[in-house]
Design a protein around this ligand. Sequence first.
Ligand code: G3P
Ligand code: CA
Length: 229
Amino acid sequence: MSKKILKIGHRGAKTYVAENTIASVEKALNLAVDAIEIDVHRCASGELVVFHDFTLDRMTNGTGEVAKHTLRQLKKLKVNNQYEIPTLEEVLDAIDKKCLLNIELKGRDTATTTCKIIEDYIKTKHWNVDHFIISSFQHQELEMVYKLNNQLRLGVLTKASVLDAIDFAETINAYAIHPNVALVTKDNVSLAQNKGYKVLTWTVNDQSTIERVKTYQVDGIISDNPDMI
Ligand code: G3P
Ligand code: CA
């Protein structure tokens, strides 16, 4: 039997619906994903919002840094002229345990509130620790999560070196390495797996690359069009 490779929707289902919106999350669920990846930032009033860029300009009718706007201000904006910027809780409620959730800590100071929200959903809404993977390029955010709750699954993002990511992963007892697809080889996938890490690669959108990384036996593929996995 061939190995189960997780089918992970990137920023929801970015190819089909505006990234990091509830509609994109719903689209990914309709495509029967195993997991959804989203990005979070902490806004000026302290809530976590689901948004990729540090600035509002590319995706909304607003301008300037996400972190300098309150939730009230962000909620008045439109993503692609149509959608609201969701909070992390709104995304959790939309998913409602129908698949796993990979929360990427994109912005600064996101670890503490992410842990609080996850712990609250585990305590009060029947989510399980295994429903979550917390990933980041920012080592200090991952270290903070590890310090606050060492039961949470951590993923080390890298676009530079799988070996460096493994070295850091050892210090925080990480669950997975998340390498950019351009870094991935059959050998570094086996190396990471032999050390006990899952390998979830991104962002793999074309069919031939999807097939190639499948032959490397990665554990998950993060794609804008997860239906192609
Ligand atoms: O988590 C994988 C991937 O989303 C990391 O890069 O820039 O798309 O957030 P980016
Ligand atoms: Ca991301």
